[in-house]
Design a binder for this molecule. Structure first.
Ligand code: SAH
Length: 215
């Protein structure tokens, strides 16, 4: 982790705070992370802005504001095992790794997973485990999870993910069509789903068996 003097993500945290995010733990985690390391070299100068940036293979690193909003909805205390679907750049996984016990992250593109792993290893984040494959099916061998975060747009909540959620746990996922989704929080109460919509958002498609079909 870079020294505090470098404050690598201070500028991002400031922009996110100005938009109304006040959670000190989430802002603190973002302030510690050098977002520029998560984007391709040619887009480095965009990394300091509160916007999504392309990372190749038609995928993007999410806008920091939405990363913060989703993380807050997970309501992490530090003790949780968290499953993330859509490793992408690894930035969201890094935020989670600083705020939870253990992070399990699944990405369908090997190239992105390996690249993210390189960056996260370089930052010394050791409580993250990686899987390459279809995240709509979760990670059955490691279930149950206290929290699940889906960082790609799902047409509906993948049943496998709800199944792998612990009782009292919560899933945060963008659910809707490929143009616009509602950021949705689903809790498991006595085995049943309780859903709440938080805000509109726009993510790339979740492509898989319990998501969108390829193409
Ligand atoms: N969390 C990322 C943002 C990822 S963008 C970050 O912080 O940068 C969405 C990612 O989800 C893309 O990398 C895409 O390849 C991946 N994805 C889409 N469908 C998936 C699936 N079924 N399983 C795993 N990853 C998937």
């Amino acid at each position: 982790m870079p020294s505090p003097r470098e404050s690598p993500g201070e500028e991002i945290a400031r922009q996110v705070r100005e938009k109304g995010i006040r959670d000190p733990r989430v802002l603190g985690a973002m302030a510690r992370l050098p977002r520029a390391r998560f984007v391709p070299p040619e887009t480095r100068d965009l990394a300091g802005e509160d916007r999504a940036v392309e990372i190749g293979l038609e995928q993007t690193i999410s806008q920091p504001f939405i990363v913060a909003a989703m993380t807050i909805e997970l309501a992490l205390t530090g003790a949780e095992r968290v499953l993330e679907i859509g490793t992408g750049s690894g930035y969201q996984a890094a935020v989670l790794a600083l705020l939870a016990e253990e992070v399990f992250t699944v990405e369908r593109f090997a190239e992105l997973s390996l690249r993210a792993r390189g960056v996260l290893d370089g930052l010394g984040l050791e409580n993250i485990r990686y899987r390459i494959g279809d995240g709509t099916l979760g990670w059955p061998e490691e279930a149950p999870f206290d929290r699940i975060i889906v960082t790609a747009a799902a047409p509906s909540l993948p049943p496998s993910l709800f199944e792998q959620l612990a009782e009292g746990g919560r899933i945060v996922a963008p659910i809707g069509d490929d143009e616009l989704q509602q950021l949705t929080v689903v809790r498991k109460v006595k085995g049943q789903p309780r859903s709440r919509e938080v805000m509109s958002c726009r993510f790339v498609k979740l492509v898989g068996e319990e998501g969108w079909r390829e193409g």
